[in-house]
Design a protein around this ligand. Structure first.
Ligand code: XMP
Length: 519
């Protein structure tokens, strides 16, 4: 059985990063809330447990506690930030509320050798780390020794080698702790003895076997439909399922006419041509345009696009007949049961999930082979399955497509103008070698005309806004600081080559307070 590490989440903003770093060490792990039932912990059979950080204070009454069973399993435990504090409090140490909080960059002094520091930080050395903690460990639990200290935290890292319990008050999972990944590797490999055999090749083999088990083997097995969106997730899911069950998979590509330049052709070429996957291509651009005619409200656009998509998809799935399963490219971040810091409901800023109602309405069972993967792992799996690098590395693209990049009413003319401008912007970014440094880059066609002068004549055309952001998860983002010459080249080309645009602006809003898309 694959080695597995259990990460118990106490609500830190960066718990997912722990999982990503652990997986980068070649070890499979899952995140579960700290409230997980003992039986589930036992059946998970972890090789080690990691306790995440979190916003609570162990000094408060009723603060979250790790299930006691974690300390009785006989497996290594690593506490990070809140995780080490609760470990101390639960195992007989003392944590006190501290008025001097330590946030941000700090340096730790390595007091003693420790398996976590092997090959990284010898005794007597100093190491840069990222701190984010309020409380202070004052007294060690029995069996522990101090292995590192910082100015504000005399017990910044602690160890009990006999029980293999370790704790750090800093965050090894964030990029600001430069050797944090190596520290986690020491934990998973040296301390926990994991083999590091979680690779995409191994996942591919396991996942195809699981798909066959779920939908049935051989010609008598069930039929699966998968909606291709032009994006990475659905493409990788489809390739994987095709590998598992061959022509019992049919892909349905509802071509909304709202994709970027050349994308629809590429999907058809890649899947029908290259991968030889049964593909139904419905060109429904005119239908979507008719439904969207005169609609200006962003949420209304999303609703119409979502509902129309479902109608067409359902129609095509019925034509195929005998379909029992629906494949979806659901990823791990959508699956994690999150521990909410506030516990309150959140406000819907944008309703993203366009096809959410589909499985229930069609009474189909879901096949979600990517449920355990992060986006970067899906990309790696895509490469493993032989999808072209340019396709796999593609920026995220919203389901409602270009319709939400045309504030105001969407028309065929505006779509054509936007598509061209967007393609030129991306071309310049690719030529400058910046595509993979950027999370998302695109053009927006504003519903504003401005006066210009072209040649000797007056022009009165649309304004195009360019947007490019960096982000790790789309939740927060910052604008990309382009060198001016690249922006200048893109703007000049757009104005010269795209009839209908005579002015280009660059959007320098971060998220928050802005959002990535304009609608
Ligand atoms: P915002 O604009 O909310 O976008 O900052 C965050 C990420 O989500 C994408 N996005 C969508 N994706 N349907 C989608 O499938 C939508 O309606 C939608 N709206 C925004 C956006 O492109 C970015 O990656």
């Amino acid at each position: 059985m694959t080695d597995r590490i259990l990460i118990l989440d106490f609500g830190s903003q960066v718990t997912q990063l722990i999982a990503r770093r652990v997986r980068e060490t070649g070890v499979y792990c899952e995140i579960h809330p700290y409230t997980i039932a003992d039986e589930r912990i036992i059946s998970f059979a972890p090789r080690a447990v990691i306790l995440s950080g979190g916003p609570a204070s162990t000094t408060a009454a009723l603060s979250p506690r790790a299930p006691d069973i974690v300390f009785r399993l006989g497996v290594p435990v690593l506490g990070i930030c809140y995780g080490v504090q609760t470990m101390c409090a639960q195992l007989g140490g003392r944590v006190t509320l501290c008025d001097h909080h330590e946030f941000g960059r700090a340096v730790i002094d390595v007091l003693d050798d420790c398996p976590l520091f092997d090959g990284l930080w010898p005794k007597g050395s100093h190491a840069p780390v990222w701190m984010s903690h309020g409380d202070r460990i004052d007294a060690l639990p029995p069996g522990f020794r101090a292995v590192a200290a910082s100015d504000a935290a005399p017990l910044a890292a602690i160890a009990d080698d006999a029980r293999r319990f370790y704790g750090v008050v800093f965050h090894p999972e964030v990029a600001h702790t430069p050797q944090g990944g190596a520290l986690l590797r020491n934990f998973t490999h040296r301390v926990a003895g994991c083999r590091g055999d979680w690779t995409m090749a191994a996942f591919r083999a396991q996942a195809t076997a699981r798909i066959r088990d779920q939908v049935g083997h051989g010609p008598g097995g069930g039929r699966v439909v998968c909606g291709l969106s032009g994006g990475v997730d659905s493409a990788v899911a489809a390739s994987l399922i095709h590998e598992a069950i061959g022509d019992r998979l049919t892909c349905i590509f509802v071509d909304t006419g709202l994709l970027r330049e050349g994308e629809a052709d590429e999907v058809v070429r890649l899947f029908r041509g290259h991968h030889n996957i049964a593909l139904v291509h419905r060109d429904t651009g005119a239908l979507f345009l008719a439904k969207l005619a005169g609609v200006t409200d962003p949420e209304e656009k999303r609703k119409i696009i979502g509902a129309t998509f479902i109608d067409v998809f359902e129609e095509e799935a019925h034509k195929i007949g005998g379909v029992e399963f629906l494949a979806q490219g659901t990823l791990y971040p959508d699956v994690i049961e999150s521990v909410s810091a506030t516990g309150g409901p959140s406000v819907t800023i944008k309703s993203h999930h366009n096809v959410g109602g589909l499985p229930a309405r069609m009474k189909l069972k879901l096949v979600e082979p990517l449920r355990e993967l992060f986006k970067d792992e899906v990309r790696e799996l895509g490469r493993e399955l032989g999808l072209p690098a340019q396709f796999v590395e593609r920026h995220p693209f919203p389901g409602p497509g270009l319709a939400i990049r045309i504030p105001g009413a969407v028309t065929a003319e505006k779509l054509a103008i936007l598509r061209r401008a967007d393609a030129i912007f991306l071309d310049e970014i690719r030529k400058a070698g910046l595509y993979n440094d950027i999370w998302q880059a695109f053009a927006v066609l504003l519903p504003v005309k401005s006066v210009g002068v072209m040649g000797d004549a007056r022009s009165y055309d649309f304004v195009c806004a360019l947007r490019a952001v960096t982000s790790t998860d789309g939740m927060t983002a910052d604008y990309y600081p382009f060198p001016h010459d690249i922006l200048g080249r893109a703007a000049t080309r757009i104005i010269n080559e795209v009839r209908g645009i005579n002015r280009v602006v660059y959007d320098i809003t971060s998220k928050p307070p802005g959002t990535i898309e304009w609608e």
